[in-house]
Design a protein around this ligand. Structure first.
Ligand SMILES: *[C@@H]1O[C@H](CO)[C@@H](O)[C@H](O)[C@H]1NC(C)=O
Length: 369
């Protein structure tokens, strides 16, 4: 422990020369976003999606079987989830903070496939890393969604805290990107990679004039966090963790128009775990009367904080020459998992990798003997 602190201390000394004592850990990082390094890894402004969102929801391309066809005659056509795009709707800047862990790529695939259905969306994926992840990029770009990949590491002085403010450096980097690129029309939304988004959410938030709010399922001890709406107006909040917050809402429970955001050049998000939403909304000078309730006056749940159970990446022990595994599918398969951080391969530790052939367990070397 002492060695660890010493190491962090040395590291901190290099990055933050003023970091000497324990109180300094509590010092807030400068609130201004200016002068923060913005590391853009990859970007695409081209929408490669083949109007998936315009027609796919109406077409059923697979030829139905006879019984299905007969059945379908009696079925009403499903209502389209979203109006077809005319290419001029306000852009949605969808900000996803992410961090390397073994579930990362699986989460990104699931979210990307949701976003594939959403027209006029720019996906800002901000990764909590010092360097740009090629593996992450490979998986983001394949969706054909216009995107920006950022490398936005949490400052070391916060990383060592018990209740580290996760996702803040990422969202600040996204705010910085929006500012530096002079994006002044459209809508900003913070959508984490472990949430579930109903496609209807996107057509709801797209028309945000200032700030829109709506319920988020699976939050806290009420399993919901929502504005309280009366006569079409937000008058309060229903959230099991008041914590003296003026705006006790979840990160996924609001959207902000960029026109409105641009009125607050000092808008920011502090490194303060639990208070990110509250402080951000205060920094844009939000007033109760500015809030538009969405999701049918906050009676519908269009976003869920699903969360993914996180577990440690297992170590798989393979003591034979791994190159030999390239003669099997296992070479490529295991390399991929390692590059995604899903597992680790070791020649001396972990669960021994074995094969099963006709019901009996064999060492992997079985294929090469
Ligand atoms: C929300 O409530 C107001 C006031 O009751 C009503 O006028 C409005 O139509 C409602 N909005 C929706 C989308 O249902």
């Amino acid at each position: 422990m002492v060695a660890l602190l010493f190491f962090i201390g040395c590291f901190g000394f290099i990055l933050y020369p003023t970091l000497y004592s324990a109180e300094d850990y509590e010092k807030e990082y400068p609130l201004q976003l200016d002068n923060e390094v913005l590391r853009i890894c990859n970007e695409s402004n081209i929408d490669y999606r083949k109007s998936l969102y315009a027609s796919a929801l109406y077409d059923i391309t697979d030829e139905p079987s006879t019984t299905q066809r007969n059945h379908q005659q009696h079925q009403p056509q499903p209502a389209p989830q979203q109006p077809p795009s005319n290419g001029t709707e306000p852009m949605i800047y969808f900000v996803t903070p992410t961090y390397p862990r073994r579930e990362q790529i699986a989460e990104i695939i699931r979210l990307g496939q949701t976003l594939m259905h959403v027209p006029r969306l720019h996906w800002i994926v901000a990764d909590d890393t010092d360097s740009c992840s090629d593996t992450l990029n490979k998986h983001i770009r394949k969706f054909g969604i216009p995107y920006t990949q950022l490398a936005s590491p949490m400052p070391e002085l916060y990383r060592v805290r018990k209740n580290a403010p996760r996702g803040v450096a990422n969202r600040r980097a996204a705010l910085n990107w929006i500012r530096q690129n002079q994006k002044k029309t459209g809508v900003l939304y913070f959508g984490d990679d472990d949430n579930t988004f109903d496609l209807k959410l996107f057509s709801e938030i797209r028309t945000t004039r200032k700030v829109s709010m709506f319920p988020v399922g699976l939050i806290g001890d009420y399993a919901i966090s929502s504005p309280i709406v009366r006569n079409g107006r937000v008058e309060g909040f229903f959230d099991s963790w008041p914590a003296k917050r003026k705006w006790p809402v979840d990160m996924a429970g609001f959207a902000v128009s960029l026109e409105y955001l641009a009125l607050s050049p000092n808008a920011t998000m502090p490194f303060k775990a639990g208070y990110e939403e509250d402080e951000f909304l205060k920094s844009i000078g939000l007033k109760m009367g500015d809030i538009e309730p969405k999701a049918r006056n906050c009676t519908e749940i269009l976003v869920w904080h699903t969360q993914t159970k996180s577990s440690k990446s297992p170590t798989v022990r393979i003591s034979m020459d791994r190159q030999k595994l390239d003669k099997l599918n296992l070479g490529a398969l295991l390399r991929q998992l390692e590059s995604m951080g899903v597992n680790h391969i070791s020649d001396s530790a972990g669960t021994t990798a074995q094969a099963i052939v006709n019901g009996s367990v064999k060492p992997l070397s079985f294929w090469f003997s």
